[in-house]
Design a protein around this ligand. Structure first.
Ligand code: P6P
Length: 342
């Protein structure tokens, strides 16, 4: 059997047999894949059915909830309720920790999830995605105690996303490797299409909502200006699709850098740590890239609130490091020479 026709299920089985992953994690990943196939089926015709438009509610983020946000959230709750796989779920759409059946002592894992990232794109048939991270139950305390939840991303056992675009792709990292699977809709299976993804050390695109440039630390304006004019060679292009999961996926495959900094009014920026930044930081680092809040690794941040936000700079190692150096006061020339010598 040639590698590219390896199903997700066969791949996960091999990972368990080789000791690269645990059966529990693989079972959770397989369940996520099944739930995402259902989500995709609804997405493919959202304009024709009852899931179009708004739920008529405002979530804990203060954002209007799309019917598909809520549908996707409930899909994951239903898929894991009674599965014995998870003890709790932390979702962008739920104010509190959702804990599953209490009498599942074997359910030693928590999942953090953004069920439908970028849902504001739904009205214009844009890219959206599901972002997830799987963590081990940290202590024997009840799973919604802060000691369970407020743990650094370095404790994530696996993380990834499902991207609903022209194709439907599942990308996950469990430790040191990142693998991508593409859904064959005729078969209803995810097939390995991008084995062992490595993010290029540097790219030629930057990604950010530059309408906010004036409100950000001037280092971002320096970085954008430097690369817009070919500071180190060819000028960079701007790519920004308003869905973190889609902007990140492009950078994972092509290189480049995404940034959503804090500003004077929102010092922690907009993106959430537990179910947006930390899962993608896990994937970025496993693929050889980097992810910081501008000063420290995203994966080392210990949250103190469920829906805590964080500034995010993520992507190719050289660009993330260059922005971090500029934020620390280095000049573009110093950054360029450092990059040249690395
Ligand atoms: P802005 C989507 O709502 C999201 O949380 C991310 O997916 C995306 O990167 C960001 O917000 C876009 O925010 O302020 O540019 O509209």
């Amino acid at each position: 059997m040639t590698e590219h026709r390896l199903t997700l299920t066969q791949h996960l089985l091999r990972e368990v047999q080789s000791g690269a992953a645990s059966a529990d994690i693989d079972a959770i990943l397989a369940e996520i894949a099944t739930a995402c196939k259902e989500a995709r089926a609804q997405l493919a015709q959202v304009g024709l059915g009852p899931l179009a438009g708004m739920q008529g509610a405002i979530n804990v983020q203060g954002e209007a909830v799309h019917k598909l946000d809520w549908f996707a959230n409930n899909l994951f709750v239903e898929h894991f309720e009674g599965s014995g796989l998870l003890c709790s779920l932390i979702s962008e759409e739920l104010e509190e920790v959702h804990h599953f059946d209490d009498d599942c002592p074997s359910a030693g894992h928590t999942m953090c999830i953004d069920p439908m990232d970028g849902s504001s794109n739904l009205d214009v048939d844009g890219v959206v995605g599901t972002i997830f991270a799987i963590r081990r139950k940290a202590t024997e305390e009840h799973h919604d105690k802060p000691s369970q939840v407020y743990r650094p991303g370095t404790e994530q056992l696996a993380a990834g996303y499902v991207l609903y675009g022209p194709q439907t792709m599942l990308v996950y990292a469990a430790g040191g490797s990142v693998h991508g699977f593409t859904l064959d809709t005729a078969v209803g299976e995810f097939f390995l299409s991008h084995p062992d993804i490595r993010i290029p050390d540097c790219g030629s695109e930057f990604s950010g909502n530059l309408s906010r440039l004036a409100a950000w630390n001037p280092a971002f304006k320096t970085f954008v200006g430097h690369h817009s004019h070919g500071g180190d060679g060819e000028p960079y292009s701007l790519r920004y699709i308003g869905a973190l999961v889609g902007d990140f996926h492009r950078i994972l495959l092509r290189g480049g850098v995404f940034f959503y900094p804090g500003d004077v009014n929102n010092r922690q920026g907009k993106l959430r740590l537990l179910y947006e930044a930390a899962p993608l930081a896990h994937v970025a680092e496993a693929a050889g890239g980097a992810a910081t809040d501008g000063a420290q690794r995203i994966l080392e941040i210990v949250p103190n609130a469920l829906h805590q936000r964080t500034p995010l700079v993520i992507g190719s190692r050289d660009e993330v490091n260059a922005i971090q150096s500029l934020l620390a006061g280095a000049t573009p020339a110093a950054v360029a020479s450092k990059g040249a010598s690395s």
